[in-house]
Write a protein that binds this ligand. Structure first.
Ligand code: DX5
Ligand code: ZN
Length: 217
């Protein structure tokens, strides 16, 4: 069974309440929240006032993905949401080890995110300290993009690194996940599937969540 984390980025922003209620009643494990600043990525999504409203009604664990420069500045804000997982980009953190430590001190799980061009080997000296690695399987910034096929090899390389170092880190993937790519990603070693358009743009989103959840290695 995979952990499923639907991405709110593809929800109906004019009626978030109904989409979050759907998630609450579904078999989704987490809710993935994409924060973009227009600097680290070429798009702006939503910020903390919106997330606070979402956090109040969402019953699932919050999986916060910060696509922003200097994400370490916002640890307290993410903590205040009651977030379960705080994902920061490797490319945005010159002092990644310290940022991971501070996320842990705040009582959250720490995830490190890699852009498509960043190789898994850069995690060699931090893999034992993180709870999750989030591999971007599209270039971050937008929903609905095409899956980058090389990501399958990257999941395998990350899985090998995790096993070799006896790390407890989970592998999460984000971007272009659907029934085909999701199945192959889980077979390659993925633990957590993020899916935006595949879930929220479907006629029966709950069924898509169940489909993704039931992929096994
Ligand atoms: C993209 C975001 C994703 C996005 C995925 O930068 O990080 O979480 O919502 O969207 P889909 O699943 O539509 O590719
Ligand atoms: Zn994301």
């Amino acid at each position: 069974m995979a952990i499923v984390s639907p991405s709110l980025l593809a929800a109906n922003f004019a009626n978030l309440q109904s989409d979050i209620e759907m998630i609450n009643h579904s078999e989704a494990d987490w809710l993935h929240l994409d924060v973009m600043d227009g600097v680290f990525v070429p798009n702006i999504s939503f910020g903390f006032p919106v997330l606070e409203a979402v956090a109040k009604i969402c019953k699932k664990k919050l999986d916060v993905h910060l696509m922003i420069v200097e994400p370490g500045k916002f640890i307290n804000e993410v903590k205040a949401l009651g977030a379960y997982m705080m994902n920061v980009h490797y490319e945005a953190c010159p002092h990644l080890h310290r940022t991971v430590q501070q996320i842990h001190e705040a009582g959250m799980k720490a995830g490190v995110t890699l852009n498509p061009h960043t190789p898994v080997c850069v995690l060699e000296d931090i893999i034992q300290d993180v709870d999750m690695v989030l591999l971007m399987t599209v270039n971050p910034g937008f929903g609905g993009q095409k899956f980058i096929e090389h990501s399958i090899e990257k999941v395998k390389a990350l899985k090998a690194l995790i096993q070799r170092t006896q790390s407890h880190a989970l592998i999460e993937v984000d971007g272009g996940v659907n029934g085909d790519t999701g199945k192959r990603l889980v077979e390659a070693g993925t633990d957590v599937l993020v899916a935006g358009s595949y879930v929220f743009r479907a006629e029966k989103p709950e069924e898509r969540i169940i489909e993704l959840k039931h992929f096994t290695r």
